[in-house]
Design a binder for this molecule. Structure first.
Ligand SMILES: [Zn+2]
Length: 62
């Protein structure tokens, strides 16, 4: 399975087999949000969701 990163908490799918990552569209971008972060996205303003560029930058520097 393709590795995906949660755009809210930045957990990676290959490290969290028990989590489900849902694909969503935020500000016109395709993003992934894990199950534990879904409530934050639904009840929040969407500001908690990082952009693809931000996530790539963080993951690259790990
Ligand atoms: Zn998450």
């Amino acid at each position: 399975m393709e590795k995906v990163v949660c755009h809210v908490c930045l957990s990676e799918s290959n490290e969290n087999d028990n989590k489900v990552y849902l694909k969503s569209i935020c500000r016109g971008e395709e993003v992934y949000v894990c199950t534990s972060c879904i409530p934050q996205v639904i009840h929040g303003s969407g500001d908690v969701v990082k952009t693809k560029a931000e996530v790539e930058e963080i993951v690259k520097n790990r």
